[in-house]
Every structure is written in C-alpha cells, then in structure tokens.
Ligand binder design. Structure first.
Ligand code: ATP
Ligand code: BUA
Length: 352
C-alpha cells in the first residue's frame, strides 16, 4: 500500500511516501516569504504547493498512478473528536472559507482532495488541529459569548502519547499524561485515558512561544487594540506571528537565543527563563485537571531538542511525576498510520 503524506506548515510543506508502515522518502520543501506573499489567503496556495509535491514525487521516480491513498494534516475545522476522517465536500467548503480561522494546515485536506479526484484514490486527515475532547467544564472562559476552543498540536501530542504508552508497556487509553508540545506555538494538554480533556488554545492562550504571545493581560490588550496604532490584521499578526520570543529578541531561532543566553546576554537568558517558567506553570495547572494523579509528563516538539530548555522545565515540574522527552515531532508517521488503520479495516473513517 503506497500512501502519500502531506503536512503543510506556515513556511514549509513536509512530504513523505509510506509503503505500509515504512517511510521510503521524507522531504521538506521550504517556501520563501516572497513566494507566499503572492497569495492573499492560505487556501490560495493549493496549486503552488501541489506543484512542489508533484515535482518531489517525480524526483524520486514515483508515478502518481502508483499511489493508493493520500493523507494530510487537518486544519481548523469545527470542533470534532480525534481520529481519521475522510475528506469530504463539507470539510473542503469550511476550509476554503476559513470558517474556523486561517491556518497552514487548512491546505492539507484541500490538496489531498485535488489529488484524490485526479487519481481516484481515497483522501484522509488525522487528528486535526481542531480535535476537541474537552470536558464541558473546560469550555467556560468567564464570558458566555466567548467559549474556550480546543485548538492544538493534537496530531503530534496523541502520536507521542501513544509512543510513550508503548514504551511504558501500557495503553494510551489507560494512562493519565500531561503532554507539552513546544514548537513555534505551544500546547500543554492533560490526556486522561486517551482523551485530551483540556488544552491551552495554542493560538492564543497559555505560555508565550517562539512566535506567539499566548495569554496576554486582557485589559491592556483591549487598550492596545483601541489605541489606533494597529489595524485588526496587524494585531492578529502581532499575537500569532510576531509575538513571543520573536517580539523580545527579533528572531524565531531558539538555538540562536540559547547561544546568546549561554554567552552572557541577560535579555536572552531572561526571555528563555520566562518562557520555561510559563510552560512549567501551565503544566502545573494541567496537573490539577488530573487531580495531581499522573503517570508521566511528556515534553515534545522542536524546542524539546534543547537540553537547556528541558532542564529548566524539569527543575520546576519533576515533583509532579516522571518527565519523558520525545524531541521533534511524529506527525508524518502519525498521519500514515492513521490512514493505514482505515485502509486495513482496523478502523472506520469518521465523516465530518
Ligand atoms: N535543537 C534545538 N534547540 C532549540 N530549539 C530548537 C531546536 N530545534 C528546533 N528548535 C526550535 O523549535 C521551534 C520549531 O519547532 P517545531 O519544528 O515543532 O515547530 P513548527 O513545526 O515550526 O511549529 P509547530 O510545532 O508549532 O507546528 C523553532 O522555534 C526552533 O527554533
Ligand atoms: C492551533 C495550533 C496548532 C499549530 O500551530 O500547529
């Protein structure tokens, strides 16, 4: 079974070819800011990114006709439980209109759908950004018209949680875990017996991250919005793309900031310490969701590659339980395996 896996990010498209459980090719195509600037909306980038995907397949001598299925990272859909979903027209309409927000992963299903129609093969998404397994109590924000939304790195968190469960010789559905994904954005979620029952919305709550602000002091934020200094679009960009470490340090490269901190730059040192302080605080908060009973804390994502960052977090949270580090992300494999479970008949694809 040959499966094409597509994971669109804000500045790159990750592509893999799987033959059953084995990756035969993995490639990251980087997109420059200039190239992407030509497109007004994320959904408009579909043909441009598809061209790169097809060129990659050509480079590795794979004919499109050899593919049995295509699977992609799913984006901002209406809140849905985790699992593998068939790509459908309703899903595509919501993504094209960005009905639940703009996100690079919205392009996954859109591109998978085009290929599925061209090649007459099935298309799926797995554990999209919009996975919502909240307990109702987690939905309250403090204003009835503003319900908290579950928007997170669900795909990688669930894949890594399953991996840790296997390593512990337990089942994911049996464990109580806190998973912290530390990437360009940050998600910290309590996983209670296979359900992600809460999470900071990785787009606008929780710790500040590489490029996102996370939670902000709300009254001051309102004043800034009405100051006349920024348009709505500029404010959204400041919160999602130009906030966090970038706002303080002018770079999104955490390794560079770490080097500076290690060589005596006080601002760099304080910014990293403040970020790890906020991450640890969020883990502590999520421990209360599990009544303090947890089997492990799992740290994952790009920043988990940094011993410096991991050590600072561990120092504050180790009293809660064992800390396991799974650096990087398992998204491509998680997508391939999610599609395979359906193709092999172990699971039925959900319909959006
Ligand atoms: N060895 C490392 N040490 C410190 N930071 C690192 C290291 N490797 C990657 N990072 C940081 O991790 C972040 C990227 O993480 P990741 O690859 O998980 O993010 P992404 O895919 O861009 O975004 P997201 O995970 O939010 O979808 C960047 O800020 C990068 O600087
Ligand atoms: C909604 C956050 C998930 C991501 O940025 O990938």
């Amino acid at each position: 079974m040959k499966i094409l896996v597509i994971n669109p990010g804000s500045t790159s498209t990750k592509i893999a070819l799987y033959e059953n459980e084995t990756a035969t090719t993995e490639k990251t195509v980087r997109h420059s800011a200039d190239e992407l600037a030509e497109y007004q909306d994320v959904a408009d980038q579909d043909e441009y990114r598809l061209k790169h995907i097809k060129e990659t397949l050509e480079e590795i001598n794979v004919e499109l006709e050899e593919l049995d299925a295509v699977v992609a990272r799913g984006g901002l859909l209406r809140p849905i439980p985790g699992g593998t979903y068939k790509v459908t027209e309703t899903m595509i309409n919501d993504l094209k209109q960005a009905k639940y927000g703009e996100h690079a992963s919205n392009l996954g299903a859109i591109m998978a759908d085009i290929l599925s129609k061209e090649l007459d093969i099935p298309a799926y998404i797995v554990d999209p950004v919009a996975v919502d397994e909240f307990e109702d109590i987690a939905r309250y924000s403090g204003l009835p018209e503003l319900e908290r939304l579950s928007q997170s790195h669900a795909l990688n968190m669930k894949a890594v949680a399953r991996k840790v469960a296997r390593e512990m010789d337990r089942s994911y559905e049996d464990l109580k875990l806190i998973v912290a994904h530390l990437g360009s954005g940050i998600s910290v979620a309590p996983h209670y017996k296979g359900q992600m029952i809460d999470v900071n919305n990785a787009n606008n709550e929780g710790p500040f991250a590489t490029e996102r602000t996370g939670t902000l002091p709300v009254y001051q934020l309102i004043q800034l919005c009405y100051s006349g200094k920024y348009t709505e679009k500029e404010m959204v960009e400041r919160v999602l793309k130009k906030g966090g470490v970038y706002a303080y340090m002018g770079t999104k490269d955490i390794q560079e900031v770490e080097e500076k901190a290690k060589s005596g730059d006080e601002q760099a040192d304080m910014v990293l310490k403040a970020m790890t302080y906020q991450i640890a605080k969020e883990i502590g908060a999520m421990a209360t969701v599990l009544n303090g009973e947890l089997d492990a804390i799992v740290i994952t994502g790009g920043m988990a590659n940094s011993q410096y960052i991991v050590d600072q977090i561990k120092e504050r949270v180790s009293f809660l339980g064992p800390v396991k580090v799974e650096a990087g992300e398992e998204e491509l494999e998680a997508l391939a395996l999610g599609a395979l479970r359906v193709l092999n008949g172990e699971e039925t694809a959900k319909i959006y």
